[in-house]
Design a protein around this ligand. Structure first.
Ligand code: FES
Length: 106
């Protein structure tokens, strides 16, 4: 199945925030019924979350209070993400196509 979005979450911090963010994103996808979506022509696509190593945004990750993550194919990077931000990212970005500007980093 083709991916609608893949979210890669850095888990390179000393603590567990990256893994907690990845778990919260997966729960949000399930809770908001966005694990799979259909395109305008009816094709089924997946939204997936994967853990990864450093995304080279450490100032907004292991040196801050949360984790960095990147949303593909959009190339959007969010930083200092806490588990409590995940429902918003899923609802606004994946569900609504709107950026969560308060978490955006370059
Ligand atoms: S340690 Fe997470 S982006 Fe570098």
């Amino acid at each position: 199945m083709v991916y609608a979005h893949q979210i890669f979450v850095c888990t390179n911090q000393k603590g567990s925030v990256g893994r907690d963010v990845a778990k919260a994103l997966k729960h949000a996808l399930k809770d908001q019924d966005l694990k799979t979506v259909r395109t305008a022509d009816g094709e089924k696509q997946r939204n997936a979350v994967q853990e990864c190593d450093c995304l080279d945004r450490c100032k907004h990750c292991k040196k801050g209070p949360g984790a960095a993550l990147v949303v593909y194919p959009d190339g959007v990077i969010y930083g200092d993400v806490q588990p409590t931000d995940c429902a918003t990212i899923v609802r606004e970005h994946l569900g609504g196509g709107r950026l969560v500007t308060s978490l955006l980093i370059s």
